[in-house]
Write a protein that binds this ligand. Structure first.
Ligand code: SF4
Length: 304
C-alpha cells in the first residue's frame, strides 16, 4: 500500500484520486485540516479520566454516515489547515495541559502527515496515543501505525451490508472493519491499564446502537466475538444517538433510541461475555458532541 495522496488508497474506498488536485469520498484534500484540539471529558472513563483526553478532531471522514453527529467536520470539511509540525506541537501541548492521552479523532484520511507528526512527537510523549476511528480501515494502514499508536478506539458500526450501504455507502463495511480490528488486537494485544484505571495499551470497541437497528447491533456483537477474544478488548456500548442530522427520508433515524432497544443490546453483550462501558440512557444529549470553533488549532491551547 502506497502511503500517498496522489492516488489515494488510504482507506478501503481506494478512490485513487489525486488529493492535491481534488477530493475523494472523504471530502478533503491533501493538506492536514483539523477543527479542534481540546481536553475531552466525555470519552470512556479510562480515556477521559479526571483531566480529560487530548482530543484532536480532523476534518473529513471516509464513512460520512448520513446521521453523523460531527456533521460539520465529516460532511462539510470544517477546519483549519495545519502543518504536521504544528500537529506534533499540539500533541505535546495537550500533554503539558495534563491530558491522559493524545486522541486522534477520524485521522485515516490524513495518515501520511499524521505519521510525520507522530515521528516528531512520539519520542517526547509519555502518554498513550489513541487512534479513534470509524472502523473502516485497511489492514495495511493499521500496520503502518505500529509503534506509534498504543490504543485503538474503533467503531464497529454495522453488520449488514444493506445497512452499511444505506447509511454509509459502504456495503463492505463489516468485512473491512473486522479485518482491521483483528490487526489492531494483534498489534497492541490485550488491554493494559495503569494504577488509576487509565488505559495504556489495547483496543476499545465502540458501538452506537441506532434506532430500529437493535438486531443489527446484536449481529455486530456476535461478529466481533467470533473474530476476537472478547476478554482481550473492552466494549463501549453507546446510546447517545440524536436524530438532529438524520435525513427526512430515513424514518427509522428520525427518532431517538428506546430504552428497550438499548437494554436488549446490553443484555446480548453480557451474554457474550463482554466487559467495558455503557452509557446512562439519558446521554443522548448534545453535550457529548463538542462544538467546533478551531480552538487550539491555529494558536495555543484553549483554557478549559
Ligand atoms: S482517504 Fe479519502 S480519498 Fe483516500 S481512499 Fe479514502 S475516501 Fe478516498
Amino acid at each position: 500500500m502506497e502511503l500517498n495522496m496522489q492516488q489515494c488508497e488510504l482507506c478501503p474506498r481506494k478512490c485513487k484520486v489525486d488529493r492535491y488536485m481534488g477530493r475523494g469520498f472523504c471530502g478533503v484534500g491533501a493538506t492536514l485540516t483539523a477543527a479542534r484540539a481540546m481536553l475531552h471529558h466525555w470519552e470512556e472513563p479510562s480515556i477521559s479520566g479526571t483531566r480529560g483526553s487530548g482530543a484532536i478532531f480532523f476534518s473529513g471522514c471516509p464513512l460520512r454516515c448520513v446521521f453523523c453527529q460531527n456533521h460539520a467536520l465529516s460532511h462539510e470539511g470544517y477546519g483549519a489547515e495545519i502543518a504536521p509540525e504544528r500537529l506534533a506541537d499540539l500533541m505535546l501541548e495537550l500533554q503539558d495541559k495534563g491530558a491522559h492521552n493524545v486522541n486522534l479523532v477520524s485521522p485515516t484520511q490524513y495518515l501520511p502527515p499524521i505519521l510525520r507528526a507522530l515521528e516528531i512527537a512520539k519520542p517526547h510523549l509519555t502518554i498513550p496515543v489513541v487512534y479513534n476511528t470509524g472502523g473502516y480501515e485497511r489492514v495495511e494502514a493499521i500496520r503502518a501505525l505500529e509503534g506509534y499508536v498504543d490504543v485503538y478506539l474503533p467503531d464497529i458500526k454495522y453488520y449488514s451490508s444493506e445497512l452499511s450501504a444505506r447509511y454509509a455507502a459502504a456495503p463492505d463495511y463489516f468485512e473491512r472493519a473486522i479485518e482491521a480490528l483483528c490487526a489492531m488486537v494483534e498489534q497492541v494485544g490485550p488491554c493494559v491499564f495503569d494504577g488509576d484505571g487509565m488505559i495504556r495499551r489495547g483496543v476499545i470497541v465502540r458501538h452506537l446502537v441506532l434506532p430500529g437497528c437493535r438486531r443489527d447491533s446484536m449481529d455486530v456483537l456476535r461478529g466481533v466475538a467470533d473474530a476476537v477474544d472478547v476478554s482481550h478488548v473492552k466494549l463501549s456500548l453507546m446510546s447517545q444517538y440524536t436524530p438532529d442530522f438524520a435525513p427526512e427520508s430515513e424514518k427509522n433515524l428520525r427518532r431517538r433510541l428506546t430504552t428497550f432497544e438499548y437494554q436488549s443490546v446490553l443484555s446480548c453483550a453480557a451474554r457474550l461475555g463482554y466487559d467495558g462501558y455503557r452509557q446512562e440512557f439519558t446521554s443522548s444529549d448534545k453535550k457529548y458532541t463538542p462544538d467546533f470553533h478551531l480552538q487550539g488549532i491555529t494558536g495555543g491551547m484553549e483554557e478549559l
